[in-house]
Design a protein around this ligand. Structure first.
Ligand SMILES: [Zn+2]
Length: 135
């Protein structure tokens, strides 16, 4: 009357699901870190100062650090002093890690749902309807 599903596929899926869930929780740890995020990028470039006698004319410009951030009225770019760079770079890095963790969290969540669905399918028994009286 009831044909039970084989245990092996479900057992494997349970293991996979448990592994993926612990991965999901590990990824989420990033969300609990304290400290501010700066949604932007810090990068290096070279710029000529324009003084004809400056050594930078031969060297391709002075090395400068730029900050590019998203503000309510669009993307803004500002040059950074060494002090400002030291202060901002860790927060920009933290933002990047946060976004990476979020992307990994989304992927992992989808995989958890897929595995849970597959486990549900693998656990479904077949009921022989022919052996039962029609209602
Ligand atoms: Zn110069």
């Amino acid at each position: 009357m009831i044909r039970l599903p084989p245990e092996a596929p479900a057992s494997q899926l349970r293991q996979d699901l448990r592994r993926e869930l612990s991965q999901l929780l590990a990824t989420a740890e990033t969300f609990f870190e304290r400290g501010a995020l700066v949604p932007g990028q810090v990068y290096e470039t070279r710029r000529r100062c324009g003084k004809p006698s400056c050594h930078c004319m031969q060297e391709g410009g002075h090395a400068i650090s730029l900050l590019s951030v998203l503000s309510p009225d669009g993307r803004k770019t500002r040059s950074l002093s060494a002090t400002a760079k030291d202060a901002l770079l860790p927060l920009v890095e933290r933002y990047r890690r946060f976004r990476e963790a979020r992307a990994a969290f989304v992927r992992s969540t989808k995989e958890v749902v897929r595995l849970a669905d597959a486990l549900g399918d693998a656990l479904c028994a077949r009921v022989d309807l022919d052996g039962l009286k029609e209602a």
